[in-house]
Design a protein around this ligand. Structure first.
Ligand SMILES: [Zn+2]
Length: 110
């Protein structure tokens, strides 16, 4: 069998297990914060999987989860979900998100 080199793809587990802001691993069972964000009307983000990498600033990327159609986040009207290790990280991320022209609204929740 030939070994195929695969580009490392981020999975949903990756996105759920690391902080979207500081990149720290979030230990299982620990308290997790999340931010739900909405895109401005008319903004469509192409994605093949349920995780996307969002360039927040030229130097910082965050993993964002695209909620499935039947998820609670989607029902709440969110297009994106960020997982965070602490409230501080959530506040920092939110501050940057608010400056994104595509983001309409973002809300921090535990
Ligand atoms: Zn963090």
């Amino acid at each position: 069998m030939t070994r195929r080199r695969r580009r490392k793809q981020v999975t949903l587990e990756d996105a759920l297990g690391v902080c979207a802001w500081c990149g720290k691993q979030i230990p299982e069972g620990s308290e997790v914060f999340s931010i739900g964000a909405r895109f401005r009307p008319g903004v469509e983000v192409e994605h093949e999987r349920n995780v996307i990498e969002l360039a927040l600033t030229p130097t910082r990327k965050a993993l964002a989860i695209v909620p499935t159609e039947d998820s609670e986040a989607r029902r709440a009207g969110y297009d994106l979900l960020f997982v965070l290790c602490s409230e501080e990280c959530g506040t920092s991320l939110r501050r940057v998100l608010q400056g994104q022209i595509d983001i309409f609204e973002s809300r921090l929740g535990a």
